[in-house]
Write a protein that binds this ligand. Sequence first.
Ligand SMILES: Cc1ncc(COP(=O)(O)O)c(C=O)c1O
Length: 434
Amino acid sequence: MESNIKALDDYPQEWHKNIWPPFTQLSSSKPPQRITKADGALLFTENGEPLIDAISSWWVTLHGHSNKYIAKAIYEQAKQLEQVIFADFTHPQAERLAHRLSKLTGLQKLFFSDNGSTAVEVAIKLAFQWWYNQGEQRHHIIAFEDAYHGDTFGAMAVGERNLFTAPFEKMLFPVSRAPWPTTWWGKKDIEEREAEAIKKLEILLQRPTAAVILEPLVQGAGGMKMVRPEFLQAVQNTISKCKTLLIADEVMVGFARTGSLFASKRSNIFPDLICLSKGLTGGCLPMGVTMASEKIFDGFLGDKPEKTFWHGHSFTANPLGCAAANASLDLLEKDPKAYEDFESKHLKHLKELSKHPIIKKVRLTGTIAAFEIETNTEDGYMNIVGKTLKAYAMQNNVFIRPLGNVVYLLPPLCISDSQLKHCYQVIKSGLDQI
Ligand SMILES: Cc1ncc(COP(=O)(O)O)c(C=O)c1O
């Protein structure tokens, strides 16, 4: 990736007339590049120009694009069994995946769905119905400030209310919100901030509460906001006193992103429910799962029909998705060093970059490195400085997608040292020009 880097100056002039893209205001955005091929950490535009995918294509691509081992597993499975109704049948790939994820998470039961939002919907519904099945009406749920849990209604309800959820505000169920004591290099008063957050949580928990939901270690869309494992352990201790369930939304952080297979594991917390998606299939196919403890599962057994969890999706446990997920787990098992040592890959570059005069709040957890750009306008998602840096990076063959003035790198595990170095060099020279 070093020398023959050319500017991407051949953007399409018009949007495709039939496509409605996600998270995009068409009247103020440029039509996107067309990607026709991808390999490892690289995306290729149709004229063959390489782009380093420094954010794993919305945090999904785990081992790298077009991974041959996963592709073969999908191909072999497609020849054997491509889809079957999971309410009446099971199949070997689903059984194998359920067994493996149960062993790895310590939660005995696995409920399949389609994506991150549905994995969260399932967890919320399971939590509410579990209490209902106990004959105890608990409708109160606690989430954290700046959380993001997806775009379906239940997931929106537990996420932070903002510009994105405003049109739906009246239809979202009420949620109490506790502070998220985010930390970064050199942060001084973190113990006090954590203690204040726990105090607020204790007050909120005076109301009987069905569940507390959180993104362990790193809040993603909220701005790559990181907390210490100590805080998560304190949350766990606090809620366990009132029998409230703990839901860990590991849709982004699951599957090695935090340097451990699961962020709950790295934090030494033991959730009742864990939501997984994105890296589950190595990022190759859409699939979500909600892991549940035996205690939750048992609460749904019985003769009364209303005890049943009446929820399911057409593609529940799709065999191709399960085959991809099993293949991805094989790769993780084969080479744990690929993620355990990732922090050190970032560290040398991030330390250097942290000296830059316009950056602040530098932080790093596993494969995720983030910092904020100091500007003279308000921090946050609507700050346009990230767009300027993104455009500069694209011209220099690096794809990033800052969240306002929050810049982050979340590359696939296969990124080479020289590719990662190039990402940091481009960011640095972009910052020099801001
Ligand atoms: C923590 C978290 N939960 C849930 C979701 C929703 O996942 P999906 O986009 O697959 O619906 C996301 C997506 O970014 C996420 O980061």
